[in-house]
Design a protein around this ligand. Structure first.
Ligand code: PLP
Length: 455
């Protein structure tokens, strides 16, 4: 039995899978409630990506220039977690897709590279973005360096202070990185006036990056998760995994991924959701922290993606666009919203979200490191906590389940949070219901999404 299942470079998927062809969605709206037109986004994104965002073609060709860059680290290995299985004494067979082998160490360059390519093809010279823990900023910095584009990153202040090496990575790839909220933008100054010690949030950093991107003709904005075209690019993960599982005659009963904005989860899951819509039965679990329970506690509503309401209204699970996550929480996944496609599938019961405390997720990460060897990103640990639960359940039920998980990234730049865990400085934190209610006030007057059925 092989430990690792590889694909040859020639076996790499040459098209992305677009789930828009297979599901029904509430359309994005302008702030006044009228339907968004593609042209509305033109100051923010290049037109070729706006077209992709709205496309309903099931298969979209991956440009050869992107394939060439993907080959730096793709295809990624699919690995059987035999040591973890053994330690748990489970009859389950656990497979993980190792997306930590990319240069920035996560799945994020799967979309950063095509986004940089499409911007370049459209004549753009400079890209602005935000980053939370720094993984997205470093992935975009890497991608921009491959295509000779300038890159400017607004990094959530608390991470900027806690994760200096991410900034070093961005600068090594030639990007500029500033702490958000900053004095450079109106959105940043507005936040600082009210709260000079604001730890920042993704919602604030997104506002700053968009504000800086919409002015100059040769500058655009880029988002690392949530949007349809991002999830489209990430489908390469699940398409490869499907081929790899076929090679060993396997098919998943359970699929698990952690979900911040939803992109790595959708990347592994959506090519299989296609099968579910066509009659297959798979349990599919997106996993989030209890400190930021977007999918498990927040309602499915229309809300903005950022605090300054620059983004359109999108139908999603949301904690409210003004949500600032508690700084007590160590492991990423702090965005207030969730990808509209993931949210839609949750509303239909096709995806079943789960949430975990940070201590149980770090315990899972410790067990993983001491069996499979790799030190996982704190975000990834959330998914591993769910994998371990499912493997234990399989043992209790005496069932030979096949579990597929996306190992979204390594944690070698996040050792600070491991250090806090190991020195017992991390505690569990569940978002109190009063805070949820308060956070949600911001969208109570917005239109309500329709309940649609895709199957
Ligand atoms: C960014 C990131 C996530 C969360 O983002 P998604 O868009 O939900 O995938 C999860 N894991 C790692 C390693 C990340 O870098």
């Amino acid at each position: 039995m092989a430990k690792k299942i590889f694909l040859d470079e020639q076996e790499m998927p040459t098209q992305w899978y677009n789930i828009m062809a297979d599901i029904k969605m509430n359309p994005p709206l302008r702030a006044d409630g009228t339907p968004l037109e593609p042209g509305d986004l033109a100051p923010v994104f290049p037109m070729n990506l706006i077209e992709q965002e709205a496309s309903t073609e099931r298969w979209i060709d991956i440009p050869e220039e992107v394939m060439e860059k993907y080959r730096i680290w793709r295809p990624t290995p699919l690995v059987r977690a035999t040591a973890l299985e053994k330690a748990l004494g489970t009859p389950a067979r656990i497979y993980y897709k190792n997306e930590g082998v990319s240069p920035p160490g996560s799945h994020k360059p799967n979309t950063a590279v095509p986004q940089a390519y499409y911007n370049k093809a459209f004549g753009i010279k400079r890209i602005c973005t935000e980053t939370g823990a720094g993984q997205w900023g470093s992935a975009l910095a890497f991608a921009c360096s491959l295509f000779g584009l300038e890159c400017k990153v607004y990094m959530v202040k608390i991470s900027f202070q806690q994760k200096p090496y991410r900034r070093t990575m961005m600068e090594t790839w030639g990007a500029t990185c500033v702490a958000s909220p900053s004095e450079e933008t109106q959105s940043g100054r507005a936040v600082l006036e009210k709260d000079p010690d604001s730890p920042g949030s993704l919602g604030i950093a997104i506002s700053e990056a968009i504000e800086m991107a919409v002015g100059p003709e040769d500058t655009r904005y880029s988002l690392g998760s949530v949007l349809n075209h991002v999830l489209l690019h990430q489908s390469v993960i699940g398409l490869e995994a499907k081929k790899q599982m076929e090679k060993v005659g396997e098919y998943p009963d359970v699929i698990i991924g952690c979900a911040g904005g939803g992109s790595n989860f959708a990347g592994i899951a959506f090519p299989f959701v296609h099968d579910v819509i066509n009659g297959k039965e798979i349990k599919i679990y997106p996993v989030e922290p209890k400190a930021c329970p977007t999918m498990t506690k927040a309602p499915f509503v229309y809300d903005h993606g950022d605090i300054a309401k620059f983004t359109p209204l999108i139908a999603m699970h949301s904690l409210g666009h003004a949500f600032v996550p508690p700084p007590i929480h160590a492991g990423g996944l702090r965005y207030h919203g969730m990808a509209p496609q993931v949210s839609q599938l949750i509303s239909e019961g096709i995806l079943e979200p789960r949430s975990y405390h940070q201590l149980e997720s770090f315990e899972a990460g410790m067990m993983w490191a001491q069996t499979e060897g790799y030190i996982s990103a704190p975000e990834t640990n959330q998914a591993l906590a769910c994998v371990i639960d499912e493997a234990k359940k399989a043992k209790e039920e005496g069932k030979e389940k096949v579990i597929l998980v996306n190992w979204s990234g390594h944690g070698l730049i996040d050792l600070g949070s491991y250090e806090r865990y190991l020195s017992k400085q991390l505690t569990d934190y569940e978002l109190p219901d009063e805070m949820l209610e308060k956070a949600e006030e911001v969208f109570k007057d917005f239109p309500k999404p329709a309940l649609l059925k895709s199957r």
